[in-house]
Design a protein around this ligand. Structure first.
Ligand code: CUA
Length: 404
């Protein structure tokens, strides 16, 4: 006897209505997930938004990404809609009472040819635009106004070396944040000192890996003065997530002032002041890693501008952030996280408590591995706890405060 013959009208009624329930329950979950994802895309103030280009390079990417995204969106809706429609139309309505397969068919030649050729055509149309965009972005502009900056990824911060006179030697060395003039192309030459990092300021260009032993070029330019944030996007160890960066674009006059300030030597603290004591502490405790230009005591001769594994601190107070740009030197004026560079430097309130906490126990403030031999090369990574006394910390902060 065929089980189909057993079906009573009651079961048939059952079969028509009940199987929809599990679908409704799972569809609620699906709706919630899709809704959450959609809402997550609504953040109005997302500093790493890839769809808000603020410079010509980022705009070039946008001009390619948006049409490709639209085409992909149409394909997505057609394919997924088709799958959903077919799944619903041909679903098993017998509620498991009739597990026999539906009639099997194979191949509709016009359709088979169609969905082979159409994707190939779409790709063939997109490909030349993609290649042209890639070549366009790879071209670095030339000219006297163009600025060259070597970017060095390190565990876990970024070093920027400005070569102002094109002699191949760095003239300004800073960390974590770059100050650039708005409307001027900046040619970056990206390197790494240790592992692979990835440099990414989404508003100004795409991301570019920093690979040891290689130099990768990337050009950034900001249309307008402003603050542009970024994040290392290649996993590089313990504090990968704490390896951020910023670009401050300023007008040309502000940039010239900034350059002059960066080229000036560090001030010498007056004898007998806390800052002078702090300078001595710096020489004893910090100078085996950190460099301050011109600070060359007898036991500290021929100091290079580049210390290697640690930021050059000559103009520490001219930076709005430190420790991989995770701490702010100044509380932003009026709590405005997007404040302009000069506004922060001039009107922000110096966050002494955070700097003291950092000096008291750096690995406690930011995950680091400063103990030698934790890595196979026997070197530590990041700033160790130097067990400074409270008075040493006070004096060090007094000294750092003079480094404008
Ligand atoms: Cu550097 Cu991740």
């Amino acid at each position: 006897m065929n089980h189909r013959e057993l079906a009573t009208p009651a079961i048939e009624h059952h079969a028509r209505t009940v199987p929809l329930r599990p679908f409704r329950r799972s569809s609620r979950g699906l709706l919630a997930t899709v809704g959450l994802l959609a809402l997550a895309g609504c953040a109005s103030d997302a500093p790493l938004d890839t769809f808000k280009p603020q410079g010509p390079e980022a705009q070039t990417i946008q001009d390619l990404a948006v049409p490709v995204f639209l085409v992909a969106g149409v394909v997505f809706v057609l394919v997924l809609g088709g799958i959903l429609w077919l799944s619903l139309k041909y679903r098993d309505r017998s509620h498991g009472e009739d597990p026999t397969d539906p009639r099997q068919t194979h191949g509709v030649i016009p359709l088979e040819i169609g969905w082979t050729i159409v994707p190939a055509l779409i790709l063939a149309v997109i490909a030349p635009f993609t290649v042209v965009t890639i070549l366009d972005l790879a071209d670095q502009p030339e000219g006297p106004e163009v600025i060259d900056v070597t970017v060095i990824g390190q565990q876990w911060w970024w070093e920027y070396q400005y070569d102002l006179d094109d002699d191949g030697e760095p003239d300004i060395i800073t960390a974590n944040e770059m100050v650039i003039p708005a409307g001027v192309p900046v040619n970056l030459h990206i390197e790494s000192r240790d592992v692979i990092h990835s440099f990414w300021i989404p508003a100004l260009n795409g991301k570019k890996d920093a690979v040891p032993g290689r130099t990768h070029n990337l050009t950034i330019e900001a249309d307008d003065p402003g603050q542009y944030r970024g994040q290392c996007t290649e996993f590089c160890g313990l504090s990968h997530a704490n390896m951020r960066m910023r670009v401050y674009a300023v007008d040309q006059a502000e940039y010239d002032t900034w350059v002059a300030g960066q080229l000036a030597p560090a001030p010498v603290p007056e004898a007998g002041t806390p800052a002078a004591a702090g300078q001595q502490t710096f020489i004893q405790a910090c100078s085996s890693c950190h460099v301050i230009n011109g600070l060359e005591p007898e036991d500290y001769q021929g100091a290079p501008l580049v210390s290697g594994a640690s930021p050059n601190l000559t103009h520490f107070m001219s930076r709005t952030t430190y420790a991989g740009a995770i701490f702010e030197t100044y509380l932003p004026p009026d709590g405005d996280e997007d404040a302009q560079y000069l506004d922060i430097i001039e009107n922000g309130q110096f966050d002494r408590a955070q700097l003291e906490a950092w000096l008291r126990n750096p690995p406690g403030e930011k995950p680091m591995a400063p103990t030698p031999n934790e890595y196979s090369d026997g070197l530590g990574r990041g700033m160790p706890n130097l067990n400074l006394s409270e008075s040493q910390i006070d004096e060090l902060v007094a000294y750092l405060e003079t480094l404008e």
